[in-house]
Design a protein around this ligand. Sequence first.
Ligand SMILES: Cc1ncc(C[n+]2csc(CCOP(=O)(O)OP(=O)(O)O)c2C)c(N)n1
Ligand SMILES: [Mg+2]
Length: 412
Amino acid sequence: MTQTPPLQLHVPEPTGRPGHATDFSYLRLAPAGQVRKPPVTVSAADTSDLAHTLIRVLDDDGKAVGPWAPDISVELLRKGLQAMIKTRIFDARMVIAQRQRKMSFYMQSLGEEAIGVAQVFALQKGDMCFPSYRQQNLLIAQDIPLTDLMCQLFSNNCDRLKGRQMPVMYSARDYGFFSISGNLATQFVQAVGWAMASAIKGDTKIASAWIGDGATAAADFQTALTFAHVYQAPVILNVINNQWAISSFQGIAGGESNTFAARGIGSGIASLRVDGNDFLAAYAASQWAVERARNNLGPTLIEWVSYRAGPHSTSDDPSKYRPADDWMHFPLGDPIARLKQHLITLGAWSVEEHQETQKEYEALVIAAQKQSEGYGTLATGKTSPVETMFEDVYEVTPWHLRAQLEKLEALV
Ligand SMILES: Cc1ncc(C[n+]2csc(CCOP(=O)(O)OP(=O)(O)O)c2C)c(N)n1
Ligand SMILES: [Mg+2]
């Protein structure tokens, strides 16, 4: 009998840890402008190379290069930068408000602002996004009143969701923003189902689903891919690979020896891997996927390579599991700085205008916060009346809930 070694499992480890700089050579990068752009009618199998490389448009000098450089107006680029700046300022203020105990919890999107802003500009009114908890930029890019978001965060009297969702778990039908589900990866099955329903009705609306690298390890991810592929559902399947789940890195979810985009190819879905910190690449890839969905050419999976620059949430301390200055060394840089540089190169933005815009949005966010705090915060306890928890679920309240409501009324 031949001797074989004892069996052992492979446990992926990140290439950086606190006090030990990350080796980012594991990212499968490609220079800007080098990746081909196929027609939207391409077969899924013929996108295989695009799922293993990285689509990039902005080069190191801030110039837009290569076949993916989109035909986009300076006006839209400026709008994109403004929405990204506003999102970052909003997030920073809300983190402070959470520290002041005005809300129980917050999740910022620092470093990932480009992706949602670019995609929402490529979608149309009536399309539906199924976001996770880090896509506030989808709403901010559509100029939702900031007080709407803040009242939800503060769980106050004016919270449209009456305090029944965790802070950050917004819902805004008028903005094509489906109620956020806290269970990871449900966004994918929900979006595919919604897209199938749109096609069954013969409608023209498409769906856009959003999950993270970690969430791809949930079974719903694979189920959604099967249904999207089989029925050629009109949906964009966005996977934001920001390198981290909470304390586990993307290798643990399956990103070590293969890309997340490649999972789409394996399921028969056209797939792209795109620089998520490059606003122009994000817009071009989104437009490509939108055109496919809108013209009955089926789903597209896009892996967006980015970096979660902040903690996972206000309950997390990333210095426990990764180098504190990791983001500073991330090879794809800061999406805001990159679009700023591009617009300055075009002569359509300046350092002064950038500063002015930041000041203007600081003032806007502070004013909205003041107004929202007037309606109450978690600290002041001006919440929706507790009996509202029985509303909006059943058309006719069932007997057992009526009994509970009566018990409650006797107490308050
Ligand atoms: C089904 C399920 N499992 C676990 C959790 C707890 N959880 C919330 S967020 C998170 C990490 C998700 O990471 P990723 O998908 O990469 O998204 P990111 O936070 O990086 O945007 C985990 C494990 C959950 N909400 N739902
Ligand atoms: Mg992640």
